[in-house]
Design a protein around this ligand. Structure first.
Ligand code: 13P
Ligand code: SF4
Length: 379
């Protein structure tokens, strides 16, 4: 559970919404100068261009976690991303050894808009996970299951995983995390993204028949029989990313037909039918590196969030970059972070009346950290 730190803000949000981007940018820069190295603005690759332009560091989920864990001078992190990322930054930046180095002083992590959540993370609640675990215990030995949670999950799920000998993974280390898990137990329970779990496990040679999908709304055993659960190697959670599930195999066929020689590059949150047709796949960080490394004239059709693909298009005019879907696939919650919210939260921070501070309670943070540290060790 995240503790909401109550403060009466010195500045209300509304007036910022009528300011131009130039004005907002100047005001944000002023706070950055005022706070200097005490402020770190982190931005996920799916953020809008004007937000990325103001970020001190940008990255994929794994890289952003590393940045939060490595932060030394900073006392404030403005997280331009979504809620689970800000929680993760709070846990890593305020872990016991870091707190001791700072004589107990916490890094305040601020999420400029609290409505920036993740619909996939919301598809697995801690009560549902606990209930699934209890039901599994009736048909298999849960000591022989390693729980693996995708980083796109609430801190309470990461804590569950930490308590049960499991690990957090991101899209960039999912295979290594599954290998880590299979070195310990013969089964894995993977939540909340069924696609990342399935795509990764299929790539490791695990057949689909050994990957039942656990539906938390089914009457019994997540909709599987006891025999199916007993025959399983990976129990997948019935969750998905609403952005990436919009990419379809027919989009791949259309791209190949319209642009002979084109390469399909997708995020592993895409459904298996799309993932298997792609030439390359990876985290947002890997997608960027893959395009950067390609020779001029390379043709790409990219299946991930629209803002990142559009930015790649602008940054690489020497290559031909297309968006994989004919319809707009953008992350509406990532998009909630704009310059108005960033300026508002930073000015309140500088005025000593921080808003939208994300602070994970001590017990949850302690166990989440166990699972997150494993994630940072496994690449
Ligand atoms: P990565 O940046 O780790 O690839 O994650 C993508 C994503 O969907 C974040 O929510
Ligand atoms: Fe969540 Fe998908 Fe948005 Fe990532 S892109 S934050 S997984 S809804």
């Amino acid at each position: 559970m995240t503790i909401a730190v109550p403060t009466a803000p010195q500045f209300e949000l509304q007036p910022y919404k009528s300011l131009s981007n130039d004005e907002l940018q100047q005001r944000i820069d002023k706070v950055r100068q005022q706070l200097g190295s005490r402020l770190l603005i982190l931005g996920h690759h799916y953020q809008q261009d004007e937000v990325i332009a103001l970020a001190d560091l940008s990255g994929d989920s794994y890289q952003l976690s590393q940045m939060a864990a490595a932060s030394a001078d900073c006392r404030y992190i403005a997280f331009c991303g979504v809620h689970f990322m800000a929680e993760t930054a709070d846990i890593l930046a305020n872990r016991p050894d870091k707190l001791a180095d700072r004589h107990g002083e916490r890094v305040q992590v601020v999420l400029p808009d609290l409505a920036a959540g993740c619909s996939m993370a919301d598809m697995a609640g801690i009560r549902q996970i606990e209930s699934a675990w209890d039901q599994l215990a009736e048909v298999i030995d849960t000591e022989d299951i390693t729980p693996v949670t995708y980083i796109n999950s609430a801190a309470s799920l990461k804590a569950f995983v930490g308590r049960h000998g499991g690990i957090v993974c991101t899209s960039s280390n999912a295979k290594a995390a599954l290998e880590w898990a299979f070195a310990r137990t013969s089964r894995v329970m993977f939540f909340p993204d069924q696609h990342l779990g399935r795509n990764t496990a299929t790539g490791m040679g695990i057949p689909l028949e050994q990957m039942p999908v656990w539906d938390p709304y089914a009457d019994e055993l997540g909709g599987s029989t006891a025999e199916q659960i007993q025959a399983s190697r990976v129990i997948l959670w019935k969750g998905h990313c609403s952005v990436h599930q919009m990419f379809r195999p027919e989009h791949v066929a259309l791209a190949r037909k319209n642009h002979p020689g084109i390469k399909i590059l997708v995020h592993p949150e895409c459904p298996r039918e799309v993932f298997e047709l792609a030439d390359e796949s990876g985290s947002t960080g890997k997608i960027i590196k893959t395009v950067e490394a390609a020779p001029p004239g390379t043709k790409w059709s990219i299946g991930t969030e629209l803002h990142l693909v559009n930015r790649l298009k602008q940054q690489h005019p020497e290559q031909e970059i297309h968006f994989l879907s004919p319809v707009v696939c953008m992350c509406a919650t990532m998009y909630r972070i704009d310059l108005a919210h960033l300026a508002w939260s930073l000015e309140n921070l500088a005025a000593g009346t921080p808003v939208n501070v994300i602070e994970v309670d001590e017990e949850t943070a302690k166990w989440s950290l166990v699972a997150l540290e494993r994630m940072l060790e496994v690449k």
